[in-house]
Design a protein around this ligand. Structure first.
Ligand code: GDP
Ligand code: IMO
Ligand code: MG
Length: 428
């Protein structure tokens, strides 16, 4: 059986916590897109783990694969491995494999990310400045350096010369210079440390598939940051949707594949772009503080707003989500009443979906259903029957509107603070 975990909003839905929880049953955990723009947090008893590139299954010592759809900053990877090893996590060539054909983020991509953002001025995207966009551009432009190139110094030198020459006009214009020899030396040095993880991961994964192992694909970012279906141009540069798992790993389409949509009990977003149910009042501030809504990667304050059924209904369909996993329910505990966005009005017309036109998106007026809060603590609850009636009503109402089962509810950051309403874990 194969499972995919996808964020159904703008990221930071709690994917790390849930992948860790589900991975107790998994044989293999796989990343298939994005890069170290992701920040997945796991809390196990009093220990906190922060993962950017490594699949969250690494904490349980599971077999982990970083697929070719990921964009890899090799220095960031090496640093992450060292930090986790210091935290007592075992990482070696037996439990970590990286696709040979994965494309690299180089220091020049980080420079270009900064230049691009500065150039956009007021219209900046608010990227994580990890070089994600420029590195994916080079991949699509067919001039990227791939991990397998680092084992062939002659090829590497030629490709680096071409790449720097391609970007030179822009870099010189902004007074930036890349030292070619220095870059090659640094790449060869870091390759020495990470070459042990290189593998034909597409082959390994398909072999696992044939043996009917349990494979868990871990999405990064969220469906609304998808390059095609997100709030373009305020998106990341990869397909974050479940459709990407096949291209991003080389794992062939098979039966028995279920997609879990990780969904926050309210909505957050980091960076710029439309956000119809955004709150600018004291309730918004309450959600920031109570939900500790500060970015894992950039430490920026996350924008907060009400749950938006229009968006989640849309991403559920695009990603083939069969079950929703609702996180951070406990953050809503103290509210008197809770709003749920159930429709959009734009220029006097009603919409039951998010139109693609950027200007229309800016003019959305959300239509809300108001339901009473529960005003009591749900923190750490592990049984559905222990939830206050109004909390059950909130979940049931959302379930009804988005027409998708909410099977798992997270009531705290810790691994065990989870309600398995439909016995999902025991049936994996
Ligand atoms: P990800 O990027 O989707 O993995 O999410 P992040 O790790 O960036 O952000 C989610 C944050 O919420 C982390 O700090 C988690 O520890 C925390 N978290 C996850 N689930 C819950 C929950 O149910 N309740 C509370 N209070 N915090 C949670
Ligand atoms: P996880 O996996 C939330 C956002 C950035 C920015 C936009 C583009 O932790 O959920 P990029 O650096 O990718 O070019 O930035 O995407 N973004 C995320 N927001 N969670 C993430 O990952 C994100 N990864 C990128 O804030 O708005
Ligand atoms: Mg995150």
């Amino acid at each position: 059986m194969f499972y995919t975990v996808i964020g159904t909003q703008w990221g930071d839905e709690g994917k790390g916590k849930i992948v860790d929880w589900l991975s107790s049953k998994a044989d293999v955990v796989v990343r298939f897109q994005g890069g170290n723009n992701a920040g997945h947090t796991l809390k196990i008893k009093e220990k906190i783990f922060k993962l950017n590139l490594l699949p969250s299954g690494i904490i349980r010592g599971k077999q982990c694969i970083i697929g070719n759809g990921v964009i890899l900053d090799p220095w960031a990877l090496e640093e992450e491995i060292q930090i986790l090893k210091k935290q007592g996590i075992v990482i070696n060539s037996k439990n970590l494999q990286i696709a040979e054909n994965i494309c690299l983020i180089l220091p020049l991509h980080i420079i270009l990310d900064e230049i691009n953002e500065k150039n956009r001025g007021e219209e900046k995207l608010g990227t994580t400045k990890k070089g994600i966009g420029p590195a994916y551009e080079d991949k699509i432009g067919r001039r990227a350096i791939r991990l397998c190139d680092l084992s062939d110094e002659k090829l590497l030198r030629k490709k680096i010369t071409n790449l720097i020459s391609f970007h030179s006009v822009r870099l010189i214009h902004f007074d930036k210079k890349i030292n070619e020899a220095d870059l090659i030396n640094k790449l060869l040095k870091v390759f020495n440390k990470i070459s042990q993880y290189l593998a034909p991961t597409w082959k390994i994964l398909n072999d696992y598939g044939k043996k009917e192992k349990i494979i868990l694909f871990e999405g990064a970012q969220g469906a609304l940051l998808d390059i095609d279906f997100g709030t373009y141009p305020f998106v990341t540069s990869s397909n974050t949707s479940s459709g990407q798992i096949f291209a991003g790993t080389g794992f062939g389409i098979k039966d028995n594949h279920q997609v879990f949509g990780i969904t926050k009990a309210y909505t957050t977003r980091v960076g710029s772009g439309p956000f119809p149910s955004e709150l600018f009042d004291e309730i918004g501030n309450y959600l920031v503080v109570k939900g500790k809504e500060f970015g894992t990667v950039t430490k920026r304050k996350r924008r907060c707003g009400w749950f938006d059924t229009i968006l989640v209904k849309q991403t559920v369909q695009i990603n083939g989500v069969s079950n929703i996993i609702l996180t951070k329910l406990d953050v809503l505990d103290e509210l008197n009443e809770i709003k749920i966005c159930v429709g959009y009005k734009i220029d006097n017309s009603n919409y039951d979906y998010l139109p693609f036109n950027e200007n229309l998106q800016q003019r959305i007026l959300p239509i809300y259903k108001i339901i009473p809060g529960w005003k009591s603590s749900t923190f750490g609850i592990t049984e559905w029957s222990d939830l206050p009636k109004n909390a059950q009503n909130y979940i049931n109402y959302i379930e009804e509107v988005i027409k998708t089962k909410i099977s798992i509810i997270s009531t705290g950051p810790e691994r065990s603070q989870t309600i398995d309403r439909n016995n999902i874990l025991s049936n994996i």
